[in-house]
Design a protein around this ligand. Sequence first.
Ligand code: ADP
Ligand code: F6P
Length: 457
Amino acid sequence: MALIVVSNREPYAPRSRDDGGLDWVPSIGGLTAALDPALQHTGGTWIAWGEAHPDVREVQLPQDNPRYRLQRLRLSEAEVRDFYHGFSNRALWPMSHYFIERTRYDVVAWQTYVTVNRRFAEAAVAAYRNGDTIWVHDYQLALVPRMIREMLPDAPIGFFWHIPWPSTEVFRTLPWDRELLDGMLGADLIGMHTTDYVRYFQAACRRALDADTDEGVVHWQGRTSRVVARPIGIEVDVFEDLASRPDVEDEADRIRRTLQTLILLGVDRLDYTKGIPERLEAFDAYLDRHPDARGRITLIQIAVPSREQVDSYRQLRARVEGLVGRINGKHTHSGWSPIQYIYRGVSREELVAHYRAADVMLVTPLRDGLNLVAKEFTACSRDGALILSRFAGAADEMKEAVQVNPYSPGGLAEALQMALNMPLEEKKARLQRLRSRLHASDLRTWAEDFVKEIADQ
Ligand code: ADP
Ligand code: F6P
């Protein structure tokens, strides 16, 4: 039995080397960070969009120790514009994150979404052999389960929705609400990160499709799909090993020595859902209110470029850069600047060194399906404090974090004050309780259990 993973984003992207060869570099984002180790473990096929070097149709990955086959689909420029930037990231993404005012519900984009979903479904069907399990991922491919089901009525099909599922009144703004639900209900098992998302999904099925639902199931057109909350985990061991490596520890020390201040840390894709401007403004307000903190605290914000073809993302980048400039211009003195802004993806080692160096981790999205950064920091921190938005799916499982409402003007600054003044013993106790739960829901267990659950339906 093999596993077939289907997702829009590929786990590694090809980059040209000077000698003409290709290096396959890990993609950044929650989905691929989670599924790559899982597929490395089980072996099988991953079907995804080949963005760079589209002529390379197939490759064994990871490059230095091949464990599975990546099959790459080539999308035309118009398909990328309408399916990926258009329907996925201008309609479904903002709608699911409650940003209705940013949605653009465009008919051509929707039609292209249907066409491209069909191409992914056909590729999965071509790769399928009796006994295999198919696992489709995320909002870019919500119609794929139904399309596969029509071609393979008996195949075990799972689907995971990695982002928030919004409340029904928000979901109903989508002109193709019925089609989307019907597409997902082609799966035997549908996973989401929290019980609230599952509840809202079932409510949408009742409201839009008039489908019957029971505890954890949806009945629709003679079939039953299970819907479960299965919050994703991280590879705890890998992060713990990295955190204890002497070179990573040296790098963490170097960061601290260079700055000579307390360190606040933010790590995000540059996305308007992540609350980065609100975080910067809260830090600015904190410095205004606590002049004694000037020269004693630095915020390191690491932001990786994302979806730059979409105007909302370009505008966000300009806004963040403007804020960094304004706040640094206002507070900088005698060689100290309040914000260090890193606009690129960093290596795992560099990332973990920053988690180790940080006194306070700021994970303050306005809305987030789960947020893996909160879990990664928890696994790696020396004895830091985690500030976590109540609107991140991870907040359900991470009650010991300092939870905040990122919309509250004073709330973030207050949480910052509390985290910075938290006694060492309390920080350690909170981290310990958070960590014990991380171990209980490790990524490998999450993926293996989900695949088993698909097959058991
Ligand atoms: P999302 O799925 O919306 O991108 P998550 O927090 O769930 O958000 O996952 C983001 C993943 O990307 C994490 O594994 C995190 O370590 C990684 N990441 C985010 N920003 C960077 C960065 N600047 N450099 C390297 N990795 C990053
Ligand atoms: O986890 C949510 C998600 O949208 C994934 O589907 C995606 O791979 C990741 O964030 C990064 O986004 P993108 O693939 O658009 O770069």
